[in-house]
Design a binder for this molecule. Structure first.
Ligand code: BJ8
Length: 425
């Protein structure tokens, strides 16, 4: 960190010893996984800096925004529309859920067989180690999977600013109507929080800001179609992870700068791995910071990841919002249309997700798909079986992985992934 932030963390009520321990784990993992990579684009230096300041400079910026009267809204799901928060003069940040913390305390509140992502969000709260969570003026939970929606009942006792958004589980007229009414209710709640009424102008501006961020990520994704791959899957995943909490304009500019560099690399046929390295598409549960276990294993087993069918990836970013509406209501409709396309496994049935995986496998010329399911995540583990069947029927080799955040299964996963990569050669 470039300066001493201990006073700031103390003021936020963080447990300084626990927080030190978390930062040590995060810093160590980043060193071993990210900084050990070869041939990285120079532009990734920006993300190295962001990660070194993830609990430092970025938190200071958020606290400065709060001092200036802005509100911070924390979210755990890509269904929470950033456009609405921005338009009401709030900043939306994704909340941490990618590492085990305070597990013994968590298991007093949640069953042991709860997915690691949910347990992590509780661990960060119970351990008082997440400055994003502690800075948030509103925390948004969403009724998605059963685990999350029941867990928010308990989280509501741990925080005093939880707002729960209901979400449809079926794509139908009623489902869309529910999404629309929930986004209207959220708009009212955010306006009440900030005291700012959303106008057509502010909403258009917010849509354009978020679209620009997503368009930059699209540009990056398209460049990953090249062989040799100009950027590692680990680095591309990091950009997708930082998407959730960086300043939007700065993030957009930084990703576009990397894309300029990648275009040159492609023209020079310069890659992070040699040409014809087996290409993998990852599909499944979101991978939040610092959950880099699976991509690290894959990319140290002779393969390169060329895409993520994930909420921290294309499922979360692929669709832009139509900004052409003239009124707030027209643009709210466009927001509903945009988010209604997100094909999370909580929907039943969910054929769009399977179509999207196939489209991505073809577009990125993936040699195989690795389906990533978090242990105890029913929606994605349930879908992994038909996904594997459908892909294998189309002669796309598929490997189903079920894991958690612990490092206990690294050896076993590596053996399976190496064998899978060998099969792709
Ligand atoms: S839109 S994927 S971000 S809900 S891994 S907590 S599903 S048991 S995260 Fe998600 Fe929104 Fe859907 Fe995306 Fe439950 Fe599964 Fe745990 Fe999960």
């Amino acid at each position: 960190m470039s300066e001493d932030y201990r006073g700031m963390w103390k003021d936020l009520g963080l447990d300084l010893d626990g927080h030190d321990a978390l930062l040590n784990v995060l810093g160590g993992a980043y060193q071993d996984i990210y900084l050990a990579q070869k041939n990285r684009p120079e532009g990734m230096g920006y993300f190295d800096f962001v990660m070194s300041e993830v609990h430092g400079l970025r938190i200071r910026e958020l606290l400065d925004e709060k001092k200036a009267g802005r509100k911070i809204v924390g979210s755990y799901c890509v269904f929470v529309p950033e456009e609405i928060a921005l338009a009401a003069n709030a900043t939306l940040v994704g909340l941490c859920s990618g590492a085990d913390f305070a597990t013994a305390e968590v298991e007093k509140l949640l069953p042991r067989n709860t997915c690691a992502l949910i347990k992590s969000s509780f661990g960060f709260k119970l351990g008082k180690v997440c400055p994003y969570l502690e800075s948030a003026d509103m925390i948004v939970g969403e009724n998605t999977c059963d685990g999350k929606k029941k867990a928010y009942e308990s989280l509501g006792h741990l925080v005093n600013n939880l707002y729960v958004m209901d979400l449809p589980q079926v794509k139908s007229d009623q489902g869309r109507a529910l999404l629309k009414s929930e986004y209207q209710r959220f708009r009212t709640a955010v306006e009440a929080l900030t005291g700012v009424v959303i106008t057509a102008e502010s909403l258009k501006q917010a849509i354009q800001t978020v679209n620009a961020k997503r368009a930059a990520i699209h540009r990056l994704s398209i460049l990953r179609k090249a062989d040799p791959a100009p950027i590692s899957g680990l680095d591309a995943l990091l950009a997708n992870q930082v998407f959730f909490y960086d300043n939007p304009a700065r993030f957009t500019a930084s990703v576009n700068k990397i894309c300029d560099e990648l275009e040159k690399r492609i023209a020079e046929k310069k890659g992070v791995f040699p040409e014809k390295t087996p290409r993998i598409l990852i599909s499944g549960c979101p991978q939040a910071v610092p959950n880099w276990k699976l991509p690290f294993i894959i990319e140290t087993s002779g393969a390169v990841i060329v895409g993520e069918e994930s909420c921290v990836g294309e499922r979360g970013t692929r669709n832009l919002t139509d900004a052409s509406g003239k009124t707030v209501e027209e643009m709210m409709e466009a927001i509903v249309d945009r988010y209604y396309q997100v094909d999370c496994a909580i929907f039943t049935p969910n054929p769009q997700r399977l179509e999207h995986i196939q489209e991505m496998a073809a577009a990125y010329e993936a040699d195989g798909v690795i389906h990533y399911g978090l242990q105890f995540c029913q929606p994605y583990l349930m879908e992994s079986i038909p996904v594997e069947k459908a892909l294998e029927e189309r002669s796309i080799p598929t490997l189903r992985i079920e894991t958690d955040y612990s490092m206990e299964d690294v050896g076993q996963l590596k053996t399976r992934i190496e064998a899978f990569v060998e099969q792709l050669r």
